[in-house]
Ligand binder design. Structure first.
Ligand SMILES: O=C(O)CCC(=O)C(=O)O
Ligand SMILES: [Fe+2]
Length: 321
């Protein structure tokens, strides 16, 4: 049977820490992250099909604005603001849980405001951010470092990305996004029904994400890999350093088949804005420190600098001990 990305049903986002349901979900979440660096989240009671259509219809329209308008959306943070390439266009909003920020974003496109788009953005970002916080809390607790969760979240912000891929026949390639790991802490993706996202397993097999309107995919980024430096368990034996990591950042890519409708993907990316260090509880004789403190913004900046050379910057190279 073909390998599948594990599915965790978190429809009840109001799960209370300490309950039986919480512990059971926590176990499934962490097991999936250890084995795959990702899992599919079912949120069937939160995203009915009509809402899914509204969300993608609304965000898709942003790309129909003239390029000069889209170019007005700029950001200081690497990989944020408006970006276009022959393969895709992307709008990424920094600090998207702030309603002032989403208002400024909407005003670029509709100078007199657009209540519907703002509301849609705010409620959707809020839902994804709640999901991110819940999963992050489960992960911290599971590895005995729950006491770091509050300070971690205090220095965390969420970015919201809207991606539109050009059809392969126009780009002459079906490669939408090359193999990579995300250079932040965690990623949650939600997309329209056009398939394309694939993740790499520890056996170097590519498996695809089969989206439904109510499914999201949660991916561990490089920051999460760092925190769990020292816990035992060989998950992905790509290098000596990584083999000692409990959770490994998920390697993924986007491949598009020809003659399909346009693919849109929405992403929530969490960034820890302080320097990330391995908690001392996770370092001992058996699990020596593998990473020097990491600032995710510096890491993203350096990755951006290397793009013209087509180099993927590994954690080991950037901050390995
Ligand atoms: O389009 C997708 O679903 C993946 C997007 C992605 O991997 C990214 O923005 O880092
Ligand atoms: Fe990614």
């Amino acid at each position: 049977m073909a390998t599948k990305i594990p599915v965790v049903d978190l429809s009840n986002l109001d799960l209370k820490p300490g309950t039986k349901a919480w512990f059971s979900a926590r176990k499934d979440v962490c097991h999936a992250l250890e084995e795959y660096g990702c899992f599919v989240v079912e949120l069937s009671n939160k995203i009915p099909p009509e809402l899914h259509n509204t969300i993608f219809g609304t965000f898709g329209k942003l790309f129909e604005f003239p390029t000069e308008t889209k170019m007005k959306f700029i950001s200081e943070r690497p990989f944020h603001g408006y970006f276009s390439s022959p393969k895709y266009e992307r709008l990424v909003i920094d600090n998207a849980t702030s309603t002032d920020v989403t208002q400024k974003f909407t005003n670029i496109f509709w100078p007199n405001g657009n209540h519907h788009v703002r509301e849609c953005t705010d409620s959707y970002v809020k839902l994804m951010a709640e999901l991110d916080k819940m999963v992050t809390k489960m992960v911290f607790e599971n590895y005995g470092v729950g006491n770091y969760y509050d300070s971690h979240m205090e220095s965390t912000t969420h970015s919201f990305g809207i991606l539109k891929y050009n059809e392969p026949q126009k780009t002459g390639s079906n490669n939408g996004l090359d193999n990579h790991t995300d250079k932040h802490f965690t990623t949650i993706l939600h997309q329209n029904r056009v398939k394309g996202l694939e993740i790499k397993t520890k056996d170097d097999e590519w498996i695809d994400f089969d989206p439904s309107p109510s499914s999201f995919i949660f991916l561990a980024g490089d920051g999460l890999q760092i925190i769990f430096n020292g816990i035992d368990g060989c998950m992905f034996c790509l290098t000596k350093v990584w083999s000692n990591d409990r959770i490994k950042a998920c390697v993924h890519r986007v491949l598009l088949a020809e003659n399909l409708e346009t693919r849109y993907s929405l992403g929530l990316f969490s960034h820890n804005n302080k320097t990330i260090c391995v908690p001392e509880e996770l370092v001992d004789e058996e699990h020596p420190l593998h990473y020097k403190p990491l600032n995710l913004r510096d890491y993203a900046q350096e990755q951006k600098r290397l793009i013209p050379y087509q180099k993927e910057l590994s954690l080991k190279v950037f901050c390995g001990v």
